[in-house]
Write a new protein. Structure first.
Length: 339
């Protein structure tokens, strides 16, 4: 019976993950994945990597990563970038990979207001090995066992390739920001069955927040005292894809060079079931070399349970290229979260 229950849980979770994009808890540490309009928003060349290990205590886990590079071309008021995304689900060896080129144009609306308009074109692949997949026909509920499968229903061609399109808008001044993005606008067919149509649902996102400057402090570096930047920011990120929707609410406290964050992820779903997904704690560090490192852990609040799932670990690393740091104080970068 335990094996049967585990098989049912895996089927449910696999269906949800296959139908939705991987989500990062540190979504501002992967800005191009969140919204193409973030390309060039830091007004320096930067490189970043994100890695997420979800539900490590389960036999079947979900691994996701994202890497990007973007650059701001000041004379053209434009940001350009490249992004590589991937995810891997161990049950069926389902792998999703994507490479995209990103462009964003910055429009100045006033002395302190800016609007970024971004677009991304991508080439993506999906591949799977269905030998380990449990079908509903294999579940014998009366005896509480999983029957062996014939494998006849599985297609021989287990790789799909397609082109995709994402776009977004980002409005901000020196205190607040608001973004809108749409991913998979081309709604590519991701079905593995010949002649079947299974369009990838569009993922919509609305995200924003407000930042407050706190009184500056002093840091003793054993040579002299330097001013310490201190800020407190509140933010949200609402996501909707197909029948699934979710809301992240959180706050980030920045005491240079330390960042502390706390997030809650959850929203009642359309079918009336509670969706209290996770409580997320985050710790980050900013170094004068331009390196920024963040770690977060998801404490699972859903019926899956924290002890049985192991929550989720996430690490992010970013680097602002040093040869451009001299102009940091002159930048008009947006006031979003660090992670």
């Amino acid at each position: 019976m335990i094996r049967l229950f585990a098989a049912i849980l895996i089927m449910i979770f696999t269906k949800a993950v296959n139908g939705q994009d991987i989500q990062f808890s540190q979504f501002y540490a992967s800005p191009l994945f969140l919204n193409p309009a973030f390309a060039g928003s830091a007004e320096v060349s930067r490189f970043g990597v994100n890695f997420r290990n979800q539900w490590p205590s389960l036999d079947q886990t979900f691994i996701a990563y994202s890497a990007y590079f973007d650059h701001f071309v000041a004379e053209k008021n434009s940001g350009v970038g490249i992004i590589v995304n991937g995810s891997y689900q161990t049950l069926s060896n389902l792998a999703n990979n994507e490479v995209g080129l990103v462009y964003a144009y910055r429009l100045k609306l006033g002395e302190k207001f800016f609007l970024h308009m971004g677009a991304q074109g991508s080439f993506a692949t999906r591949s799977a090995a269905f030998d380990e997949v449990v079908l509903s026909a294999q579940l014998d509920i009366d005896r509480g066992v999983v029957l062996p499968g014939s494998g006849a229903a599985f297609p021989e061609d287990r790789t799909r390739t397609f082109l995709d399109l994402h776009s977004g808008l980002l409005f901000y001044n020196d205190k607040v920001w608001l973004g809108l993005s749409g991913h998979h606008l081309a709604q590519p067919n991701i079905s593995y069955l010949e002649g079947a149509i299974d369009p990838l649902a569009i993922r919509y996102s609305m995200h924003g927040g407000i930042k407050f400057d706190l009184p500056k402090g002093f840091i003793n570096d054993y040579v002299n005292n330097t001013r310490q930047d201190r800020t407190l920011a509140f933010a949200f990120n609402y996501k909707r894809q197909g029948l699934f929707d979710q809301l992240d609410l959180g706050a980030e406290l920045f005491f240079d060079p330390v960042i502390l964050g706390l997030w809650y992820r959850g929203l009642p779903t359309r079918i009336g079931l509670p969706n209290n997904e996770a409580l997320i704690a985050m710790l980050g560090f900013l170094f004068e070399s331009g390196v920024q490192v963040g770690y977060s852990y998801d404490f699972t609040l859903s019926a899956l349970g924290w002890r049985s799932s192991g929550g989720a670990h996430e690490v992010s690393i970013r680097y602002d290229f040093v040869n451009q740091l001299w102009g940091r104080n002159k930048r008009k970068s947006l006031p979003s979260l660090k992670f």
